[in-house]
Design a protein around this ligand. Structure first.
Ligand code: NI
Length: 182
């Protein structure tokens, strides 16, 4: 039975804490929450369930958004119509990045930010992320475009950073001559 997650709102101070490194093995409770996050994010991207459960669409979530200040991120990326890839990375670190920057043209969204924030965020077009899976095995993910943005956005959550912190108030939008918009 699907149960919606309780996601903290941007005003909650716990979103501003630098989260702790996770030690292994992780608890059953954490594994359970990870699965619920995958379900929530997947359902939120399927129109039928989005409506049925009144979900806001989102592709990523970080543990601090659930009130747990530990370094775990979950991303569900729709690679094709109705085909989803899940990424669960524990203690993620960006180990390399492209020189090229991009920005999501429409601006980023966040399940903790329940309002429109005008502006674009500059992100690396490609990143390599290292970390651990749920069983403590070392993993490495190469991400580009939307997925790269998602990793950077979620890792920011682990450091108490929300996407709008990175919007330049003196220059909220870029043209596609200045930056590649995706
Ligand atoms: Ni977010």
């Amino acid at each position: 039975m699907f149960k919606k997650l309780d996601i903290l709102d941007e005003k909650d101070k716990r979103l501003r804490i630098v989260s702790k490194e996770v030690t292994f093995p992780i608890s059953k409770e954490y594994k359970n929450l990870i699965q619920r996050a995958i379900d929530h994010l997947t359902y939120s991207q399927i129109e039928e369930y989005e409506k049925k459960y009144n979900l806001r669409p989102g592709m990523g979530l970080a543990f601090p958004q659930l009130g747990i200040n530990e370094r775990i991120i979950i991303i569900v990326n729709e690679v094709d119509d109705g085909i989803f890839e899940n990424y669960v990375v524990i203690n993620p670190k960006i180990v390399s990045n492209s020189a090229e920057m991009v920005a999501v043209e429409a601006g980023e969204g966040c399940l903790s930010v329940n309002r429109e924030v005008p502006g674009q965020v500059l992100r690396y077009a490609r990143v390599t992320v290292e970390g651990f899976d749920e069983d403590g095995n070392k993993i490495r993910v190469r991400a580009r475009e939307d997925l790269s943005v998602a990793f950077q956005h979620e890792i920011d959550h682990l450091n108490g950073i929300l996407f709008f912190d990175r919007i330049d108030p003196n220059k909220r939008f870029y043209s596609d001559i200045e930056i590649r918009l995706i």
